[in-house]
Design a protein around this ligand. Sequence first.
Ligand SMILES: Cc1ncc(COP(=O)(O)O)c(C=O)c1O
Length: 294
Amino acid sequence: MSEQPIIYMNGDFVPLSEAKISILDQGFLLGDGVFDVVSAWKGSLYKLDAHIERFFQSLQAAMLNTSMSHDDWRAAIIETVRRNELQDATIRFIVTRGVSTKVVADPRDFEPTIIIWPAPYIFLADEQKRAEGIRLFISHLRAFTPDSLDPRYKCLDRLHFQLAKIEALDAGCDDVVWLTQGGHVGEGPASNLFIARGGKLFTPGDGILHGITRQAFMEIAAEAGIECIEANLTPFDLYSADELFTCSTAGGALAVREIAGRKIQGPVPGPITQKLDRLYWEKRESGTDGTPLY
Ligand SMILES: Cc1ncc(COP(=O)(O)O)c(C=O)c1O
């Protein structure tokens, strides 16, 4: 990797120390912007088009327009990672509503700020926790509703995610999930959730960001002949699961050994979690659904 990370900013490639936004940027002032995170492993970006498609859905819903097409984003992401000479990378791409010089500004009247920031690959948990499983907290904070801030917006406005995570860490846990307003299990600040029970998988279908990794695990489960059902789950379902795992771009499956003070019954990671995670990484390493970087 080059001495300083190279960042793509508004059409230019600049070293991190020069990649600056204005304090008048609406992304900074109001959390007004959307983003996505794709990863590369062994020189191959995984499901890049699915990430860009999800990003475009957020841009469209948030009424944020850039002059960049899907192919332009593809090319810019690939070129930014190449310039950083990374093989295993986590790449965050962001559009904010940008800058206005007026104090009370018309939100329709902005030039968006565009950023692509690649970093070495990030795992949500260290090696020991990946091997032994994590302790998961259930937050008292609830998910936004679809008629307020639909969880499908992958947006910068994440204060409540941060609070939920801080409370979980303060309680001695590793990560957090929250419930929807209806009391069903939602998701965590950077991951979706699956349970295994009686040889079947269950995962929440509503009130969540539809994770690309969640989709990958559903596909892998189908290929492995494991039925996966999108269902309204309650905390009781988590407590009584045979296996429980979170999943995200930051590391694939992460087994849970304890949920809100209850130890998961069977072995951790359980056999289904282990099998699906192994197949996930095999897929990634084989280049399936991958975009080679070099
Ligand atoms: C709220 C939320 N849920 C789920 C996920 C997992 O999505 P993915 O599998 O695309 O990383 C993320 C990723 O950052 C997220 O922010």
